[in-house]
Design a protein around this ligand. Sequence first.
Ligand code: TRP
Ligand code: ZN
Length: 864
Amino acid sequence: MLRTDAQTPAIRLADYTPPAYLVDRAELTFRLDPEATRVLARLEMRPNPAVSGPSRDLRLDGRGLKLISAAINASPLAPDVLVQDDEGLSVSAEHIPDGPFVWTAETEIAPLSNSALEGLYMSGGMYCTQCEAQGFRKITFYPDRPDVMATYRVRIEGDVPVLLSNGNLTGQGPGWAEWEDPHRKPSYLFALVAGDLRAVEDRFVTCSGRDVLLQIWVRAGDEPRCAYAMDALKRSMAWDEEVYGREYDLDRFMIVAVDDFNMGAMENKGLNIFNSKYVLASPETATDSDYANIEAIIAHEYFHNWTGNRITCRDWFQLCLKEGLTVFRDQQFSGDQRSRAVKRIEDVIRLRAAQFREDAGPLAHPVRPEEYIEINNFYTATVYEKGAELIGMLRRLVGAETYAEALDLYFRRHDGEACTIEDWIKVFEDASGRDLSHFKLWYSQAGTPRLGVKETFADGRYTLTFSQHTPATPGQPHKAEVVIPVAYGLISPGGEEFETGLMEITRSEQSFSWDVAEKPVPSLLREFSAPVILERETGPEQLSFLLAKDTDPFNKWEAGRSLALALIGQMSREAGVEPADEYFSALAEVATDPMLDPAFKALALALPSVDEVVAALASEGHTPDPLSIHEARRALERKIGASIREPLEAIYAEHTVSGPYTPDASSAGRRAFRSRALALLTADNPDAGLAETQFSSADNMTERMSALSLLVAHGREDDALRQFYADWSSDRLVVDKWFAVQAVQTPPEKAVLVVDELTRHPDFDLKNPNRFRSLIGSFAMGNTAGFHVPGGAGYRLVVDWLIRLDDVNPQTTARLTSAFSAWRSFAEDRRIAMREQLERLLAKRDLSKDTNEMVSRLLGITGG
Ligand code: TRP
Ligand code: ZN
């Protein structure tokens, strides 16, 4: 059993029991005050008919609440009847009526001193809430679990111009507003916002003709930066109607931008709350990737209205039910709005960087975990991104049409319910007629499967033999075979693709054969059809062939990526390794192919990150050295820049984008390709001054930032950094970029020094998660060679700051500990230094439960 100390036992999926009491309706009144907000709750409750047996105790969750009074059916409860502890209160069965009853309570909370940003807190003078996963219990006593769903009426009183909550506005006057949310919802979807805010408004007419008011609420002055988010919202609403048949269901849809936020955004019913970096954008302040993130996250939160809100999760173990599906939907959306191939490559890069990394270390857990201590620690790449991959595999296995039928059935059958993965699998079984019990193992078995493949060719028969194996993960020493859909094509030596299809691998060893005249080159796992590591015997010749000839853009890119990974790995381990000329000519061919999308070419010319090479070497059984990998990577960039200089110069000259900046995919693709060329040219010859020129002449943040990154990476940054700060010191989001570019791009030998000095900059702020992540997080996760600098100074610096942050914001601290997740992959000196720092963090007095769980798992202290 997972436990860190006697006080915090793990919660287990196997122990699930339905709630003893349900809440049908919640009526809340808030009397806002920064230091003493009063919350009056009136809950219409009744015994859960699904639970049999005699009358039972009433248990309500509540944390850090000052209880003023409580009553049942208007009879005040005497203090000795209310048994209160750190996590809530209980009333024993004899004080509870047999049938339905009304619970009322008045509590007091202090939003101003809530630096954990969970529950009701204040950000830049405005009140806001974050209730997922268990923040509602910091607002009032409540059965704070997603299988308790109620309609809400909220009255807000306060000397504040704008007062918002979920649902439809039913009344307002000076100093008050009332909201009614007619849709039953779990408490984690409750939201309240109050402050001096301005709305940018628009309208959307739904497919059935309903006119919906759209509002994006921001601080005065930020209104001109909402246009792209609003556009993305309208496109998301239209897409969900067209592709999934899902219509919006309230009179208004609101988004609020908040500066202090632990995560990206939150899908509260009718009132999404966003980290302001995923709402606000202008050409001068936001990069192309900021725009793409805004589009994806606006869509993600909007899509949750059906996949998450209308159909929610029975318990937090089922988190992937809403998150995996909603990530899958937002990925489909972005693919449809932009280039599907480019989007797929970007998603796989992310999956490997975050999820494969998780699976390969002490934090590995199943897409549906079986136990947790702090649920906030399970909002992970595995639940989100691998969860989305499982949906993609299901869709591939049953086909697009059956997938659509299964989703229709899901919405029809489960609207208004709190569901499980079993419910989800069942709609696919019913729609397809297939038995999916084997497939379901993907939800409970952690770890990334290795798929080996061998080929033979004899007497006109070509055979591929696959073998699969999943390495052990914490708590799961033995793994079973999983269902692996392998999309493939066979290409003749002349470059003709003559066969495509899908192989379903279900056993530990399995062969597939074809009658062919000549031995083909196989293109396997097209579109990355399963989240596995393909271990093939393909040498550089086959990879170069696929890079040139493969018609599947994903595998074309993958071939180039594998070549680069192998090269950097080798160069980092042996002196004098030289790439073959064919490698450079293949790259030049891709770079100059007029048929290829510039966005794709930008990805094809990008080298894997230091982190990716670290992971690849570790998975082959080597002990990687981040510093030599960093050097090897730089050397390879330099060689590419020198070898294909002429085409790169032409690309740089020709791929300018004319006219004023627009964030559309095609312009963004041209800029990405052009800045890739700039990076390679600068690697070869930093003295040419191209980056300096681009930095000073750019009229948009994308080009300014790509130039600035290169200047910092090449140690030519002083003037540019000073200028950049002078121009933007009053803009929070841009100052975040100023911190991040230094944390990530500063060469490893001086990175610790620079980051340490930046922690003393007046703009560094422990209380603002974006700012903290842009310096400490970016350094620990984005400057791999700097973080792992010999001697352990990088580890010490990060832990120094995590120790300070833990008292302020446990959730963000706990997430950032994952910077240490690969600690066992390194050679002994680094391993010891990292372990020492984790132990130091663990020994901190009053370490939060969040961080305690993470560090314990990292260290492998899971016995009990
Ligand atoms: N449900 C949110 C999403 O994925 C995630 C989220 C936002 C969250 N804020 C959080 C999760 C705070 C845990 C804690 O869209
Ligand atoms: Zn989500």
